[in-house]
Design a protein around this ligand. Sequence first.
Ligand code: ATP
Ligand code: MG
Length: 485
Amino acid sequence: MYPRSAAPRGRPAYSNGLYPPPPVTRCYDYNHQSLGGVNSFHVPELQRLPPYEWNPPRSTSNVPPPHTPTMTNGRKRQNIEYSPHMVKRQRLDSVSHPLLGSPVIQAPSPPRHLEQVRAESSRSSITSYERSYSSPHFDIHPQGPAVPESFNSLQAYAKDKLSHQMVELFEACQQQSSDLERKERCRARLQRDIQDIYAVARLYLTGSSMNGLGCRSSDADLCLVIKGTKRPDPIFVLSHLQRAFRSLSYVERTQLIRAKVPILRFRERGSDLEFDLNINNTVGIRNTFLLRSYAYADLRIRPMILVIKKWARHNQINDASKGTLSSYTLVLMVLHYLQTLKDPVLPSLQRDYPECFNPFVDIDMVPEGPKRVPPYVSRNQSSLGELLVGFLRYYATEFRWDKQVISVREARALPKTNSHEWTNKYICVEEPFERNNVARAVHEKMKFDAIKAEFAESYRILKDRKDLNSILPVRAVINKESSRR
Ligand code: ATP
Ligand code: MG
């Protein structure tokens, strides 16, 4: 179960009024796993937002909530030293702790008959079929105002101006529960319509909408899973869907993109909500939940990544279709930096909890694994601003683009080998499951040089100025994001 956040009461105390608030009620979604009574930031008297769930079939959902060490004041433990022994202990605990239960990931039971599904679909927009068998869905509950304790905890990392600016940008731009609900409603509707053509197809929301790293303006990535003995040709299926979507009143501007992973891009009619739909690219579901686990492993990760995505977008180095970095590549680059600090902010979750990120587990069980990952407690207490400057410094001055491969899987830079995957590539970033190069879009020297130049220039400026506005027009970005939806 992936609970939502709680909405703040009014503006944050530190807000200096520089930035106009966005037009909708904002909520802070700092907490990944605030399962009743066991999460680090659980505040019993505060009303919670609706939980975000992706339920496996009932017979297999026997996974108890994770063990989350808390202090009596409900805060996350901060001063435990990280050591390989501790990781090992956590790992052992994750198997033997009574709250955690069995680590065995069981196979899901088969889906029910389509007729039954249809009967339920006609009764409710979010059906019990979807609750049980399909992609993430919502329990729609009223949303109560509340200030999560984690909000205060983030302030510990935001005592300087640069860090304040980062928190403020994050809070104004992060994906809201209403954004996700809208995407989910559209997904559920699309799934029902697609099942008229492909009866056994299942549609999953992936990417930043689901991994905790989304903005209000993020697109919705969808993976259509069509199981069967013969793997369907994605271009064939997408062309078919493109024709079929013409009759859907809520879809417009379909466009077939014949990339390595072909996608059908379209919009929800009359809105700026864009969808990218792929066929059977299920690694995207697995890595979405890996990234989600990293995103919520430490409070600083989500603000840090959002700011870096905005910085890269502003400086035109965040567009794989134009030969620069995809958001996915950028995220892995940030995680790698945080994993390789002298005092790491993040471990390798795949190395430390392989059973939670088993690449062969059934897709419907993928969200179950991360629930059993205990929270990571880093000794590193750097502020958000220090981490941002450090990130720019690392890629501007330390990382050896010509000799190293970024591996989040191993939490280190690997030496470039002569394998086809890495030779003659400007940037090498390993996909954590498939181990291929996610940065292959950067194939022009000019684009590669532009990326490096942006890191160097932004580092040069920010290290002295320590003002986010010196590398990114914060107010303009917030205003643009606030005008969405
Ligand atoms: P944004 O908020 O900018 O849309 P995003 O997290 O959705 O960011 P994208 O680069 O649009 O990132 O990719 C969407 C998702 O597709 C990723 O989160 C990942 O799950 C999957 N993905 C993208 N590129 C690859 C790749 N090369 N290999 C495997 N999965 C990928
Ligand atoms: Mg996306």
